[in-house]
Design a protein. Sequence first.
Length: 217
Amino acid sequence: MRKNKETKHVLKQFDLQRFAESASTTQSDGGDPDLLDSSDDKSRKSGETAPESEENKPDAKYTDEDVNRLLNRKFAEWQSKKEKELEEAKRLASMSEQEKLQHERDAMQKKLDALLQQQTLSEMSKEARRILSDKGINVDDNLLGMLVSDDADKTKKTVDSFVSLFQESIKKAVADALKGSTPKTGSTSNLTKDQILEVKSRAERQRLIKENINLFK
């Protein structure tokens, strides 16, 4: 009985040793080919799908906040336009036929007046520029727009006044140069050209233009 137990023990140890050697051989040969193939397939698939997802990923151009802000602004513009149209429709609905005709005539007259005023200002601008050019004075459109109006007499007086101021400034600069003094090339104040043109008072604006005439050359 004891001998049988010892025999079984030896056989068991022998089997364990064979199993260990078999496992060692499999690992040294590179492992189970089925497992390796499966692992390679997974790696290959993972490597193939990654670039596609990266390429197909869209570039983010606008945030949600940008989109919402744009939509809100467009909706507000559309709503304001519709409200005005609705108010106009209600007003027309409450009018008689005679009142509707009068309303249409008034609207057409406003458009006609606006076109005529625009045409008049264009003609006045051409005439004012011609007068200034004859005096050897060249000004930009912004300054020219401050000199002209739809009244011919008023425009001529304003242009003549500007010419006088300009010529006086030139004479003063020449006189200073002849005296040996350096003419003032900088402005007499810290105001810019645009700030001077935005002055509401015509007299004050002309005074500032005269004092800073070099800005308008």
